[in-house]
Design a protein around this ligand. Structure first.
Ligand code: SF4
Length: 284
């Protein structure tokens, strides 16, 4: 058995996007974790447009975090505001989520949630150059489905404050004095100016979310002007997802090497930065 992949890759938690990337090429996901991702101009533009789209509903906490606990506080505070926005405006952006799969800590950020017939529907936005690239990708669909699984577990209390506190070691963490003073200056009540209190309140709010919709949306936007290129409705299909996650987690457990794409998908290598450099599987 190989070493647990988290240890080998020097990580503490697994990102939802990393798990979803296993659906494209697990080997590529591992190589990105080992060597980093070079950001192309197109990627940077896509990220910038993505943030512009998210800014429609997202309200950032104005206090500047100095330490890691400050940043954790900011996440919880912004989540509280986002969930209020969902109730008030029927839509919210950038909800951070956490959970556990096979005992591994998982984190991610949902692009948007909107209310549809009283249910909270997860929406993922992806930017693409043009309509040709706007076919529903398997990894995009898997990403949205993992978000639904984790969000439902947060709502149902299957993953709650004590799990989070243990995973992040909140017990001994304190926000910095300067950050606390900024929070006071913003009018945040004293009772909410600690990690413990803000996370407890945030988890309570998560339990109050509406039922999480079994339908999910993936929307592809044109990178330049954010016009809609295509929209796909996906059924959650939890049983298939659980089986898929079992297989993906085998890699993280160290049960097998990272899998390259199979021969019928070796066309993907044409777009891979590692082709013939760090990966020679299909180099011929
Ligand atoms: S070259 Fe192909 S098989 Fe290798 S990491 Fe890239 S996409 Fe995967």
């Amino acid at each position: 058995m190989r070493e647990n992949a988290l240890l080998r890759l020097g990580k503490r938690r697994i990102g939802v996007k990393e798990i979803a990337s296993q659906a494209w090429c697990e080997k590529q996901m591992e190589l990105y974790a080992l060597y980093g991702k070079e950001m192309t101009m197109q990627m940077q533009k896509g990220m910038q447009r993505h943030s512009e789209k998210q800014a429609e509903y997202f309200v950032e906490l104005e206090a500047k975090p100095v330490t890691y606990p400050d940043r954790l506080y900011k996440d919880a505070y912004e989540n509280r505001v986002s969930m209020r926005t969902l109730n008030e405006k029927g839509e919210c952006s950038e909800l951070k989520i956490w959970g556990s799969i096979n005992g591994y800590g998982i984190s991610g950020k949902i692009d948007a949630i909107k209310l549809c017939e009283g249910k909270a529907r997860i929406v993922e936005y992806k930017t693409k150059k043009d309509a040709k690239g706007a076919m529903l990708g398997e990894s995009d669909s898997v990403q949205a489905r993992i978000y639904k699984k984790l969000l439902a577990e947060l709502k149902n209390g299957d993953f709650s404050y004590p799990n989070f506190s243990k995973m992040y070691g909140l017990g001994d963490m304190r926000i910095s004095e300067s950050f606390r003073n900024e929070l006071a200056g913003l009018g945040i009540e004293e009772g909410e100016r600690s990690l413990d209190s803000i996370y407890k309140a945030m988890f309570d709010q998560m339990h109050m979310l509406p039922e999480i919709d079994e339908k999910l949306e993936v929307i592809y936007l044109e990178r330049e002007n954010l016009s809609e290129l295509a929209r796909y409705m996906i059924d959650y299909n939890g049983e298939e997802l659980v089986e898929r996650l079992k297989d993906y987690m085998e890699f993280w457990n160290g049960g097998r090497e990272a899998r390259p794409v199979p021969e019928k998908e070796k066309w993907k290598c044409n777009w891979c930065t590692f082709f013939n450099k760090k990966c020679f599987v299909w180099a011929g």
